[in-house]
Design a protein around this ligand. Structure first.
Ligand code: PAN
Ligand code: ZN
Length: 177
């Protein structure tokens, strides 16, 4: 499968799994340990090394005429006061926008553009449109897995440079609820 031919897929709303899946990636605390603000808590939790989030993508090749999609599942949990989250990135080219449809759970989309931060709720049925030049990260603020469908143009890359340059200006913690 490359995206050239039509195909049917099915997402399991409870597990996030796709019936036709080309890549399933798991991100553990050890993979993103530097991103959480409470360093003492990170150190304590590394022994257990919880699974933070998973992604499920079909094989659709990079092609500017194609649509790309996938599923992200963020497990429930916190490191200190900060909720489990994705890394957060910008799209290259920056004009590539993206839509998130929340399937289950409760989340918060954190966006940063021009040094301004915005937080938007995600719950089953919400569709978040991530506009141009927006760094975006998602937090699971609930007690169940947060599962959402993502879709965007199939020819883009992820830019994580913000994370090496001070990170997001704000985070999502229990104090946001
Ligand atoms: C999503 C994200 C997914 C993981 O598919 O890739 O939520 O995010 P990070 O790569 O920032 O950890 C998406 O936004 N794609 O563009
Ligand atoms: Zn994205």
């Amino acid at each position: 499968m490359s995206g050239k031919e039509s195909f049917l897929n099915k997402v399991n709303f409870k597990t996030g799994e796709l019936s036709v899946c080309g890549s399933h990636n798991k991100t553990y605390l050890s993979d993103i340990k530097d991103l959480f603000r409470d360093k003492d808590e990170v150190y304590k939790r590394l022994k257990e090394n919880p699974l933070i989030y998973e992604t499920f993508y079909p094989d659709i090749k990079e092609n500017g005429n194609y649509v790309f999609y996938g599923i992200t599942k963020i497990h429930p949990g916190k490191i200190g006061k900060e909720f489990f989250m994705t890394k957060g990135h910008l799209h290259i080219p920056e004009q590539i926008t993206e839509a998130y449809l929340c399937l289950s759970g409760k989340g918060m989309l954190l966006e940063q553009k021009d040094n301004t931060v915005q937080k938007t709720l995600m719950e089953p049925g919400t569709i978040n449109y991530v506009g141009e030049s927006s760094f975006h990260r998602v937090y699971n603020i609930g007690n169940e897995p947060l599962i959402f469908y993502i879709s965007c143009n199939a020819d883009f890359e992820h830019d994580y440079s913000l994370l090496e340059n001070g990170g997001f200006l704000d985070v999502v913690t229990v104090d946001d609820l």
